[in-house]
Design a protein around this ligand. Structure first.
Ligand SMILES: Cc1ncc(COP(=O)(O)O)c(C=O)c1O
Length: 401
């Protein structure tokens, strides 16, 4: 569909709404889900809820072929999703020190059976034990071990990948597995090794050919190193105890990670909304499904309009790749000095002259679920109409991070 006809369709579907608002184009959402499932090649996708942040759409994705279970981002979120019946298979992807939430898991049989906590060292186990020590009937706590999947070379002087777990080698992993197994309160349910330097870093960044070449080289080496190390870690732990799951990857590595025999499932979610950071991959494309509309509220001069709102920056290193991108009408760009503003956003380019007060401009966020922290609802578009309006986490009064 041409940008002009896409814009007409979106404008027609939302003509009754006053901007700013956010939408999900459900045809794109479903096409993206199907493409993700194909790339996962038969391995289930554990839905990264932080990348969706809308219960309705989490349930929608979990109802599709190929999606199974949730990778939550906080324990209070996991408890909320479990209590709502959204899933009974929730892995919290990051460690927690939330004593209240830990007490709730340890005290509740259903929550304890549904939720797996992430741990990477004895301190995490100590904290959980301490919190639940005084409970009358503490439940067994399911845990998963986080493994450092980062890439290191030159004796550790070069490193790529998120700084997460201190556990890196099969021997370290086996030692910690034995520690977990020696403590009766815990059940080691699975492993996670998330290669953010592959799954979350585009290898084809626009206007940066040398950087992209270096990323591709790093990713090739990292994937080869990790496949061997991850298999050895999994074998070392499986020699001690059975594992329900070995989780790896993300949207940007669905195909590569799923090809590793040692990995049983991939965690991914961003691909459903397909924000701009995921345009920068050579290996796959997606359709922008999550968009937001801003109203044109003034015209400072020729070649520029100013829209209300828009400063919805994405988390991360604070680089230009994290700002929202004007999408429709085609041919608009942010002002270099003002960027996307707290209250208003100037949009430059010849397309600005075709816009009048009250018209809307469509933008894309750099990341996926973070957009939902800005809006309390998402309007779901099917064809040229809004078929439902559903609350985001924020709209349900839930702002976990
Ligand atoms: C542990 C873990 N797995 C997987 C992912 C990938 O998620 P997505 O595909 O939604 O970007 C992330 C994202 O940060 C993550 O932290």
């Amino acid at each position: 569909m041409s940008p002009a006809s896409l814009r007409s369709r979106l404008d027609a579907a939302t003509a009754h709404l006053d901007a700013p608002f956010a939408v999900i184009d459900m045809a794109a959402f479903h096409a993206n889900a199907a493409a993700m499932t194909r790339r996962a090649a038969g391995k289930p996708i554990r839905l990264a809820s932080k990348s969706v942040r809308c219960r309705h759409l989490i349930a929608e994705a979990l109802g599709l072929d190929g999606f199974q279970g949730i990778l939550a981002f906080t324990l209070p979120e996991a408890l909320w999703l479990a209590a709502a019946g959204t899933s009974d298979d929730i892995v919290v992807g990051y460690p927690t020190t939330d004593r209240q939430a830990l007490t709730r898991v340890a005290a509740d049989k259903t929550a304890a059976a549904a939720i797996t906590l992430m741990v990477d060292g004895p301190d995490h186990l100590d904290l959980i034990e301490k919190v639940s020590a005084g409970l009358p009937d503490p439940q067994p706590i399911r845990v998963a071990m986080d493994i450092d999947a980062g890439y290191e070379s030159m004796g550790g002087r070069f490193r790529a990948g998120a700084r997460r777990s201190p556990i890196r080698t099969p021997a370290e992993a086996a030692r910690f597995a034995e520690t977990i197994m020696s403590r009766p309160r815990f059940r080691l349910a699975g492993l996670m090794a998330y290669e953010s330097q592959i799954a979350g870093v585009g290898d084809d960044s626009p206007g940066r050919p040398l950087y992209s070449r270096a990323v591709r080289l790093m990713q090739r080496r990292s994937a080869a190193e990790l496949a061997v190390r991850r298999a050895a870690i999994v074998a070392a732990i499986r020699a001690l105890t059975p594992l329900e799951f070995v989780n790896g990857g993300g949207t940007g590595s669905l195909a590569g990670t799923s090809a590793e025999a040692a990995v049983t499932e991939i965690a991914a979610g961003s691909g459903l909304y397909h924000p701009t950071l995921f345009d920068a991959y050579r290996g796959f494309t997606g359709q922008p499904a999550a968009l937001f509309a801003l109203p044109v509220v003034r015209r400072p001069g020729p070649g520029v309009v100013t829209a209300l709102g828009g400063g919805y920056l994405a988390s991360g290193p604070g680089t230009p790749s994290r700002v929202p991108s004007p999408y429709l009408p085609a041919g608009l760009r942010l002002d270099r000095d003002e960027g996307a503003g707290e209250v208003q956003t100037p949009l430059m380019g010849s397309a600005a002259d075709g816009l009048k007060l009250g018209d809307r401009v469509w933008l894309r966020h750099a990341k996926a679920g973070e957009l939902c922290e800005r809006f309390s609802e998402l309007h779901l578009i099917d064809g040229s109409s809004v078929v439902a309006t559903v609350p985001t986490y924020r709209g349900e009064g839930q702002t976990f991070l």
